[in-house]
Design a protein around this ligand. Structure first.
Ligand code: FES
Ligand code: FE
Length: 424
C-alpha cells in the first residue's frame, strides 16, 4: 500500500512489507520493487555465474548473466578466468550472441570493433576514422569482483562488500558435501543447459526450492504412479530437516532419513551393484568406510542465495528477467571421473526436469498460480508461520525445523530485508 512508500525520502520502507512470519503480496508483483532488487541484491551481492568446467581450455567462453544483465565467462589466453560485461563500448550493442565457443577475440556485429578475450579494445573497422584516438577507456567493462569456490564462479557488481567466503558462510559445507560425491572432488558440467521460462516472480522459486511442505501434494501423483517411497520423506513422520544457513541460504536436509535406512546410494534410488564403476572409483578415492558414508548421505538439496539451487542430481540457476518473468537454467550434475553414474544423472534429469519433466511441470504450474494469486488485493499478507513453535538450533547454531516447516522461507526474508534496507 501507499503507506509503505516514504515519499520524502524517496525509498520504500521494507519493514512495513516484511514481518518475521508474514510478507506482503506486493513484494512479488511491484515492478518498482523489482528494480530496487536489481540494485540492492542482483547488482550488489555475490551471484553465481557459472562453473570453471564449462570453460576447461584457454580461450573458451560461455555467455551467462547476473540477473537480467548478460556477461561473458571467459578463460583468457593466459588461462585466467574473467567476467566481462557483454556490452560493446561503442554504441552499447550486446557483443557476443553465441552460447559458447573458443576464441581469442570478440568482434561486435554492429560496426566490427574487436576486443581481446581479456576485454581490451584491439582495433576498429575502417581505422582511419579514429586517427590518434586513445583506445584506453574503450575496453569492455568487467564485473568488479570475481571469486571462485571449488569451480563455482561468483561475481559481484559491488566494488566492495563481504567476501565470497563470508557470503557462503555455513552453506559452503553443502557445496563440499556435493563435491564429496565425485570421486575426483570435481564437477564436470558438460550436459548442457535446458532453459525454462516461467511467468512468475523469481522469489517464488527461491522460496520453493527448499520447501518440504509442498512435494507430498504438488508431486503426490508422481510418487503415486511411480510407486516411489520418496513421498514418505515429506510426511509428518519424516526425519528430514529444513535449515536456515543465514545470508538467505537454505537447505532441505534428507541425511537423517538416509542414515536411518543406512544403504549406500539409496538417495539416488539405486544400489551399489548397479553402479560398479562409480563405487569402485569412490572406494579408491576415499577408502571404503568414508566412501560408504558419503554414498549414504548423498548429494544435498540446497539453495544458495539468490540464484544457485543444487537439487541432489541437478543444478538450477535462477535468472530474473522481469518482475513477472524468470528463466531457470537447468543442467544435470556430472561428477568428473564417474561415467556410469553420469549417464544416469542425465537420464533422471531429463525425466524429472526436462521439457516433459514430471517434477518441473508441477512446480511451474504452482509458480504461475502463485504470481497470479499474489496480485489479488485481499488478503494482502501471506503467511509463513509453519513450525515457528518447533524451530531450534543445530550443533552449528543454524535454525532447523521439521521437513515441512517454513524455517527456510523465514530465513530468506530475514536476509532479503537486511539487503533491501542497507544504505545505498
Ligand atoms: Fe559495437 Fe558499434 S556498437 S562496434
Ligand atoms: Fe517441487
Amino acid at each position: 500500500p501507499q503507506a509503505a512508500v516514504s515519499q520524502e525520502a524517496g525509498f520504500r520502507d521494507y519493514r512495513a512489507l516484511i514481518e518475521p512470519a508474514r510478507v506482503n503480496s506486493r513484494l512479488y508483483y511491484d515492478p518498482d520493487i523489482f528494480q530496487e532488487e536489481l540494485e540492492k541484491i542482483w547488482y550488489r551481492t555475490w551471484v553465481y555465474v557459472g562453473h570453471t568446467s564449462e570453460i576447461p581450455n584457454k580461450n573458451d567462453y560461455v555467455t551467462k548473466s547476473i540477473g537480467p544483465m548478460p556477461v561473458l565467462l571467459v578463460r583468457d589466453k593466459d588461462g585466467e578466468v574473467r567476467l566481462l560485461l557483454n556490452k560493446c563500448p561503442h554504441r552499447g550493442n550486446q557483443l557476443c550472441a553465441y552460447k559458447q565457443g573458443n576464441r581469442t577475440s570478440f568482434t561486435c556485429p554492429y560496426h566490427s570493433w574487436t576486443f581481446s578475450n581479456t576485454g581490451d579494445l584491439m582495433g576498429y573497422a575502417l581505422p582511419e576514422g579514429y586517427e590518434g584516438q586513445d583506445k584506453k577507456g574503450l575496453n569492455l567493462g568487467k564485473v568488479p569482483r570475481i571469486a571462485i569456490y571449488r569451480g563455482f564462479v561468483f561475481g559481484s557488481m559491488a566494488h566492495e562488500g563481504p567476501s565470497l567466503e563470508e557470503h557462503l558462510g555455513g552453506a559452503k559445507a553443502a557445496l563440499d558435501q556435493l563435491l564429496d560425491n565425485s570421486p575426483t572432488g570435481e564437477l564436470d558440467l558438460t550436459a548442457g543447459f535446458l532453459q525454462h521460462r516461467t511467468k512468475a516472480n523469481w522469489k517464488f522459486m527461491l522460496e520453493n526450492e527448499t520447501d518440504g511442505y509442498h512435494p507430498g501434494f504438488v508431486h503426490g501423483s508422481v510418487f503415486q504412479v511411480t510407486n516411489s517411497g520418496i513421498g514418505n520423506l515429506y510426511g509428518a513422520q519424516s526425519l528430514a530437516l529444513t535449515r536456515d544457513y543465514g545470508n538467505g541460504h537454505t537447505e532441505f536436509d534428507l541425511r537423517p532419513e538416509w542414515r536411518r535406512l543406512d544403504k549406500p546410494l539409496e538417495w539416488f534410488g539405486t544400489s551399489e551393484a548397479r553402479l560398479p564403476d562409480y563405487v569402485q572409483a569412490m572406494n579408491a578415492a576415499y577408502g571404503a568406510e568414508r566412501a560408504r558414508q558419503i554414498m549414504i548421505d548423498g548429494s544435498p538439496h540446497v539453495m544458495i542465495f539468490p540464484n544457485l539451487f543444487i537439487a541432489e542430481i541437478q543444478m538450477f540457476v535462477l535468472q530474473p528477467v522481469a518482475v513477472d518473468e524468470t528463466i531457470q537454467h537447468v543442467t544435470a550434475l556430472q561428477f568428473k571421473g564417474a561415467p556410469d553414474i553420469n549417464r544416469r544423472l542425465r537420464q533422471q534429469t531429463m525425466g524429472s526436469v526436462g521439457p516433459a519433466g514430471f517434477l518441473l511441470a508441477d512446480d511451474t504450474e504452482m509458480y504461475e498460480r502463485n504470481h497470479r494469486g499474489a496480485k489479488i488485493p485481499d488478503p494482502e499478507w501471506l503467511t509463513l508461520t509453519r513450525g515457528l513453535h518447533r524451530e531450534r538450533r543445530d550443533e552449528n547454531g543454524f535454525r532447523i525445523a521439521h521437513s515441512t516447516d517454513e524455517t527456510p522461507q523465514r530465513g530468506i526474508w530475514r536476509h532479503y530485508l537486511n539487503l533491501m534496507t542497507q544504505a545505498r
